[in-house]
Structure formats: C-alpha cells, structure tokens
Design a protein around this ligand. Sequence first.
Ligand SMILES: Cc1cc2nc3c(=O)[nH]c(=O)nc-3n(C[C@H](O)[C@H](O)[C@H](O)COP(=O)(O)OP(=O)(O)OC[C@H]3O[C@@H](n4cnc5c(N)ncnc54)[C@H](O)[C@@H]3O)c2cc1C
Length: 527
Amino acid sequence: MEGIRRRDLFSLIGTMAGSAAMYHAMTALGFASESRYQGPIKLEGDPNGASVLVLGAGLAGMTAALELRKAGYKVQILEFNGRAGGRNWTLRGGDRFVELGGAAQTCAFDEGLYINPGPWRIPYHHRALLDYCKRLNVALEPFIQLNHNAYLHASRAFGGVPQRIREVRTDFQGQLAELLAKAARQGKLDEAVSTEDRGLLLEALRSWGALDGNFGYNANLTSAEFRGYARAPGGGLDAAPQPGEPIGLSDILKSRLWRYLQGFANYNFQTTMFQPVGGMDMIGKAFAREVGDLIRYNAKVTEIRQNGRAVTVTYVDTAEPAAPQTLTADWCVCTIPLPILGQLTLDVGPAMRAAIDAVPYAAAVKIGLQFKRRFWEEDEAVYGGISYTDLPIRQIAYPNNAFNGAGKGVLLGAYLFDGANAYEFTAMPPEERVARAVEFGAGIHPQYRAEFDNGVAVAWHRVPFTLGCSGNWSEKAREQHYRNLCEIDGRIVLAGEHASELPAWQEGAILSALDAIGRLHERVTRT
Ligand SMILES: Cc1cc2nc3c(=O)[nH]c(=O)nc-3n(C[C@H](O)[C@H](O)[C@H](O)COP(=O)(O)OP(=O)(O)OC[C@H]3O[C@@H](n4cnc5c(N)ncnc54)[C@H](O)[C@@H]3O)c2cc1C
C-alpha cells in the first residue's frame, strides 16, 4: 500500500462510511480478528494515588491488578488459596487437594506428568489470552482436538467396539454424498438446483464424498485414501494396499456416532488450539511473577462493605480463621466466583444482588489417570486428541506432549460436563470416581486393567474456591441480570468469567477484567 498507511486507510474509511464499512474493508484485506480484544489496554489519565482492592487472584483478578498498577493505582489482592491462578490450575505428583466435605487427595503422578483439572485448551481466536501469554513469556504448544485415529464409541453399537474417527467420518460423508448424487441424477433436486449447477454439484459430491466414477461410495482405494486401509501400502514384493469395508450408513445412523462429528468443527474447537508447555498453570504462574508481590495468600474474604468514600473488606487468614482483619481502599474489583460471593455480606444494591443469585454454576468432573506405559500410542497409534463415548466418562483425552516416549503417561480419563452423570460422580468419594473411570475406560482400551497406576479426580462443585465449574447463564437470566452484574455499584465492580459472554473460558475472565477496569478508570479520572 503506497502513500497511506493501512491503519490510516481503515480509520479514513471508518470516518467516512462508518464502522461497519471499516470492518468490511478490514475483513476484505484479511485484517479483522474475531476477538473483541483491541491490544493492550491503555488507561490514560492520572488516578491521583487512588487505591484498589482486588479480590481473587485468578486470571481476572491478576489481569486487573497488573494493568491497574501499571496505570498508577495502589493495588492489593486478597486470595483464598496459597497459590495464584484460581481455576487456572495443574496437578502434579505431590500436590495435595482437599475438597468440600473433607476428602483429601495427594496426586501420585511421576515427575514431569500432570493433569489440568480445569482449563486445558486455548482457541486461536482468544486473542487477549494469547497476547498475555506472549507478553508474559508463556510457551505454547498445539492442543489436539481432532485426532482422526482416536475413537468414537457407542456402548450399544458395533458390539461395543470403538470405531476410528476417520472411518466413521469418511463413511458417513461418503454415503450422504452418494445419496445426494443419486437424487440429483434422478432429477429429484431439479427444483432446488439449476441445470448449470447440477454438474458442479455432482463434481463436488464426488470429491467431498470420495465417490467412484459411478457416484458410488464403496470399498476401494479412493475411499481408502480418507478412511484408511485394511492393509496399508507397504514396500517390496507384497506392497499393494487393500481397502477396508465401509461401515454401513444405517449402522452409523443407529449408533448415533454422527453426533460427535460436528463438534470438531465447532468454532471454539477449530484448529489451531494451544496449551501451555508444562501445564495450564504456567499462565497463572507467569501472571504471579508480575503481581505476586501484591497478593496476600490464604486470605479468605468474608465481608465487603462500602460507603460513599471507601470500600472495607474483612478477611481471615485461613490458618487463623478466628481473627478477622480488614483492609480499606477507594475501589474494589471483586472476582470471587458467584456461588461464594452470594454467601458473603456484601453492600451492593438489589439489582446486583439479584444478578449474583441468578447464575447457577455448571457441574464438571475431570479425572486424571496415570498408566505404566503409553499404550494408546504404542498399541494403537493414538497420539494426542480425544476419544468420545456415550459412557458416563464422556471422553478420554490423550496427552498432547512427550509423544512416542517410553515410560508412564497420564491421560484425562473422564470429563463430565453438566448433566446427571456429572452430579453422580460429584457425589462419589474421589477414589470411587477414579475406580469408575478405570472400569468404564476399559470398555474402550482393554489395556486399562493391566496398566493402571494411580489417579486423581476433581469434582468442581466440591472445589472450595469456586463451588462449581463456571457460570451457567440461561438466556432469560442473561437478559434480565447480565448488565446489572457488570455495572459498577458505588465503588465495587465485579469481574471474572461469569461477567462475560464467554463463560467457562479464560478469555472471558480476562476480557471482563479489562472492561471492568476500563470503566472504573473512566469513573476515577472523571471524578
Ligand atoms: C473443568 C473446567 C474446564 C475448563 N476448560 C477451559 C478451557 O479449556 N479453556 C479455557 O480457556 N477456560 C476453561 N475453563 C474456564 C476457566 O478456568 C475460567 O473461565 C477462568 O479460569 C476463570 O477465571 P476467573 O479469574 O474469572 O476466576 P477464578 O480463576 O476462579 O478466580 C477467582 C479467585 O477467587 C478466589 N476466591 C474465591 N473465594 C474467595 C474468597 N472468599 N476470598 C478471597 N479469594 C477468593 C479463588 O481462590 C480464585 O483464585 C474451564 C474451567 C473448568 C472448571
């Protein structure tokens, strides 16, 4: 682009023709990103020594603290746990965790192995989170959502034998393409498809469905290029490949395995996804390197009071709960998850109070299992990715690192999200959750029985620092309460994934914090 910089051109188009036109221009030039994130926040103007108390050192709280301090505020953070990160959490060998009800688990994984009981994957369009990872030097590696060689499993289909994703996908697509081609060739689509398009449609179906010259989907080397081979191409004398027999359409339909296929194409799960090298808590630790000096750990907030001049927060040291202490500041950014916040004494108006009470939290259970060897790789050539099942464990996710290594490995043996099974597993003692995960998982990988070593199970409704997985907004609740949850109430503003349109994502936590402090700063510098 000559003479005029691209950024200037966009703002010129924006001024002349409005933001929609600017957006279209940017899209046309491949510039617009889907995220609302506009790059590092700029809090311009002097806060004149104003102080802010941040409650909670999860990603929302630490984002707020980092940026507010940079803008000149006096910041302090109160955090319930003895570590930073909140739900951004990784369990490794030696880590001890006590859940609500008192059940204690000590993770017994070998050195270098871990499980992320909370967040584990980052979509490419979570630009704010990715930007903080870059700014805070968090190394990323790919997270594999779709592995064509992993399994889809229906307990009452195919004799309970798991099917490879690539076979189900290719066979389903191929037979749908064949059906559609047949209808088109019989003239049954003539009302919907012009004569001109008919030829193109048939060409597209042949390509999309791996059809043969007669528009049939069959066992041949064309379909085998996508579904894989009964006997793979080899070398030397007896090298010729042999195609396998497709799974019939009726069998696929009845198995309902097709339900999982579209999930891989979900916007949130599209390639490229990421995970931090070494565990998700590398992000929390990186934030803590920046703002750790501001955090008072093991500080459980019990009361949040405000008047026209200040906010006063009462908290107890978790080791000495009988001795309440107080801190006062001009403003408060509160990121305490709603199921806990709803139980605290909190001076806010009825609208925010009603909003806090309107959002239940989803149930979720994650179970990490250590095995004596990486049999999924050694025996089955499954390197990373996820197998899905209709069993209560829902999925088995394979580690996306240390591929092809000898020795032990940890996989995610269950991820139950909402629904009755999640509540059922939450009600079990941790060792029973693990035992059940091993029992169910053996239906997909029979090696489980011989190779299981140890496991750890986190049921989020029993996690004392959140009491749930994430805000489970209904459409109606959002319509009625969302704005009231996010508005500044006197000197208090809430932030966290629950105050975002991206609940259950770290991006939502960060974007909500940036929005909250942006509005707070505007108020501070205006008054
Ligand atoms: C099972 C599961 C899977 C997920 N998967 C993903 C994923 O793949 N990708 C993704 O991006 N996101 C995922 N998420 C969502 C992500 O974890 C959250 O959106 C994000 O971490 C929330 O950050 P936050 O700062 O809002 O809250 P939190 O991280 O919960 O921070 C709140 C902080 O407040 C503290 N606190 C609580 N009570 C008190 C008190 N009384 N006094 C003082 N401090 C208190 C807590 O200890 C905590 O540190 C997942 C979450 C779960 C549970």
